[in-house]
Design a protein around this ligand. Structure first.
Ligand code: ATP
Ligand code: MG
Length: 272
């Protein structure tokens, strides 16, 4: 069974792309066949894996607008077992081109289903990871409707709890209306600095409110993680022994282990 996981948060710069790229690379390193789908017109996951956004022959635009199959869009990445469906700012037009279409929100789900059906079970990817843009527009809606679960990265800063309440409320509505089997893989604390009171306080508050929906793994602020994309490499290749690489490997193990747990109910909105 292929597990499709979206990395979502409407807030910008919280670590979605870093998480999508690092998680995909860790899964691939553990020999899981993995597809990373860049669904953000900024194309940061695409450039983060070393591809030039201006020189793409095909991109997710072709899949969503031209209905080209995923096969022709996928590119092999520098990591064995990992391929990427790249994007660039062509994707910007998707929101308005599809906005009037009743079926516009289901396009990604339909194309991924077609891709999976077209191949024998032993050739299907084990994981598909979707990197979402910083908004809850049609692209993120497509991603959430196509997914089994979502990971919500949250930066350890003052407005984190407010943002988290909003994204969970929106995801709950989308789940209720369009994808009742969606589960919350977890809330991931990113860019933490446990030397700072604020960072520790935010972590404590979020753990108190969301309990075991918060990953045990915390991603600390790390220069190596922020440098890796400029070398076109995931942290697992750029600096495999760095604390950032180790933290993302721990997160990956938590996500793999979730599979063996029974499906958790969607969290009841806690009182904050
Ligand atoms: N743990 C970390 N430590 C230090 N820098 C980080 C860390 N995680 C991400 N960054 C850096 O912070 C910036 C934002 O991260 P990232 O691009 O992953 O966020 P995002 O949520 O995908 O942003 P956007 O909403 O624009 O897509 C990037 O420059 C990235 O390299
Ligand atoms: Mg991003």
């Amino acid at each position: 069974m292929t597990r499709i996981i979206s990395i979502v948060n409407q807030k910008g710069g919280v670590g979605k792309t870093t998480t999508a790229v690092s998680l995909s690379a860790c899964l691939a390193m553990l020999r899981y066949r993995t597809v990373l789908i860049d669904l953000d017109p900024q194309g940061n996951a695409t450039s983060g894996l070393g591809f030039s956004k201006k020189e793409l022959n095909h991109s997710m635009f072709d899949l969503l607008i031209e209905e080209n199959p995923l096969d022709i869009i996928l590119l092999p990445s520098p990591v064995e077992n990992l391929s990427i469906a790249p994007s660039n700012n062509d994707l910007l037009s998707v929101e308005w081109e599809l906005s009037g279409e009743e079926q516009g929100k289901y396009l990604l789900k339909k194309e991924l289903a077609r891709f999976l059906w077209d191949r024998p079970a032993d050739e299907r990817p084990d994981f598909m990871i979707i990197d979402c843009p910083p908004s809850l527009g049609l692209l993120s809606l497509n991603a959430i409707l196509a997914s089994d679960s979502i990971v919500i990265p949250v930066q350890c800063e003052y407005y984190a709890l407010e943002g988290l309440t909003e994204i969970l409320a929106s995801a709950s509505m989308i789940r209720q209306s369009f994808n009742p089997r969606l589960s919350l893989e977890g809330i991931l604390l990113t860019m933490a600095d446990r030397r700072l009171n604020l960072s520790r306080q935010v972590e404590e508050d979020i753990r108190l409110a969301y309990k075991d929906y918060v990953f045990q793994t915390v991603i600390s602020r790390s220069v190596r993680l922020s440098e890796a994309p400029s070398h076109g490499l995931p942290i697992t290749l750029y600096d495999p022994d760095s604390p950032g690489a180790k933290a993302y490997l721990e997160l990956t193990q938590e996500i793999i282990d979730h599979e063996t747990k029974s499906t958790r109910p969607w969290p009841v909105r806690p009182t904050l």
